[in-house]
Design a protein around this ligand. Structure first.
Ligand SMILES: [Zn+2]
Length: 300
C-alpha cells in the first residue's frame, strides 16, 4: 500500500542493517536525479509488531529526498514482523539496487545469523546471496567473540524445544535418535535440512502475518477467513516438515542403494522425517535403534 510518510516518523535505528554505511556519494547522486524529476522506485517501509516504522529498502533514496528538503516521502508500506522485515531487506538488497561491498555482505550475514542462529550455513548463504563457506567463517568468529551462542535452542510452532543435533566426540554428526549419519548421505541430509528449514520458515511467516492481522483487526484482511487460513497453513507446515531429515532410515540404515528393490521406508533418501519416524517405524525397530545408539556412544 502506498502512503505518504513523514521522514521523521521512520525509525532508522531499528531498521534492518543490511548496509555497512550510508554512502554519501550515492545520496548526492540520487538527490541530483530527484531534482531533475527522475522517477525512482518508492522506498519500502515495514510497520513491525510494535507499531514501529522501519526502512527495508531505499535508505539512500530517503536520505536523498531529505537532503533536497523534503519532509515526507511516498513509500510502499507493509505490515509484518521484524523477522519478515529483515527477510525483505536481505532480499531486496541481494536482488537490486547498489552493488554490495564485502562489508555490506558481512553486515547481512551478521544480521541473518543473529535472527536465525539455528539455520544451516547453506540456508543463510542462500538468504543473503553469499558463499556458504563465508557464512561458516563468520559464524565461527561470532561464536568466538560471544555474539552468537553455540548452543542454539530450536522451537517448533507449539513452542516446544527441538533437540539440537549433536556430534560425537570424533566429529561424526548424528541424527535425532543418536545414530551416526553415514558419509554417503550427509550431503543430501544437509541439503534437505536447509531446504526444509527454508520452507518451514516461509509457511510460518505467512502464519504469523495472518495472526498479527487478526489481532489488529486489519481492514486489509476483511475478507480473510482467519481460522480456516491459519488451519491450512498449520497443515502446510506439517506437510513441508516431511522434507526435513530426522533419523537415518531404520530399514536400510542409510544405504538405500544396497536394497535390491530399493528402500520402501525412506524411498531412497536414506533418512526419514520425524512424522514418518513417529507414525510408521515399528516399536521394535525403534528399540534396536536406541540400543545401538547407546553402544555407539560408549564406543565414541
Ligand atoms: Zn531406507
Amino acid at each position: 500500500m502506498k502512503k505518504l510518510i513523514f521522514i521523521a516518523d521512520i525509525n532508522f535505528k531499528a531498521s534492518p542493517r543490511v548496509r555497512d554505511r550510508l554512502m554519501t556519494e550515492v545520496v548526492d547522486d540520487y538527490a541530483e536525479r530527484y531534482k531533475k524529476r527522475e522517477k525512482l522506485p518508492p522506498p519500502v517501509l515495514a510497520l513491525v509488531d510494535d507499531g514501529v516504522l522501519v526502512c527495508v529498502d531505499g535508505m539512500h533514496r530517503i536520505h536523498a529526498l531529505k537532503k533536497n528538503g523534503q519532509k515526507a516521502v511516498e513509500c510502499e508500506v507493509m505490515k509484518c514482523t521484524p523477522e519478515m522485515a529483515l527477510r525483505e531487506a536481505l532480499g531486496s538488497n541481494r536482488t537490486h539496487g547498489l552493488r554490495r561491498s564485502n562489508d555490506d555482505k558481512r553486515r547481512c550475514v551478521d544480521a541473518a545469523l543473529m535472527q536465525w542462529p539455528d539455520k544451516s550455513n547453506l540456508a543463510i548463504a542462500q538468504l543473503v546471496g553469499v558463499d556458504d563457506k563465508t557464512v561458516a567463517v563468520i559464524r565461527k568468529e561470532m561464536e568466538k567473540s560471544g555474539h552468537l551462542d553455540k548452543e542454539v535452542v530450536r522451537k517448533d510452532t507449539k513452542d516446544r524445544t527441538i533437540k539440537p543435533r549433536e556430534s560425537r566426540p570424533d566429529g561424526d554428526p548424528v541424527d535425532c535418535t543418536g545414530c551416526v549419519i553415514p558419509k554417503e548421505i550427509r550431503g543430501t541430509w544437509e541439503e534437505a535440512d536447509s531446504v526444509g528449514m527454508e520452507l518451514e520458515n516461509s509457511v510460518m511467516s505467512a502464519k504469523s502475518a495472518l495472526t498479527a492481522a487478526q489481532k489488529d483487526n486489519d481492514i486489509l484482511f476483511a475478507e480473510v477467513n482467519f481460522s480456516a487460513a491459519i488451519g491450512d497453513l498449520e497443515k502446510a507446515w506439517k506437510a513441508v516438515q516431511a522434507v526435513s531429515p530426522y533419523a537415518v532410515c531404520p530399514t536400510c540404515n542409510g544405504f538405500p542403494s544396497l536394497q535390491p528393490k530399493g528402500c520402501g521406508m525412506c524411498k531412497g533418501r536414506g533418512f526419514i522425517s520425524k512424522f514418518r519416524w513417529d507414525t510408521v517405524v515399528p516399536a521394535d525397530l525403534k528399540k534396536i535403534r536406541k540400543k545401538s545408539a547407546a553402544e555407539q556412544k560408549e564406543v565414541g
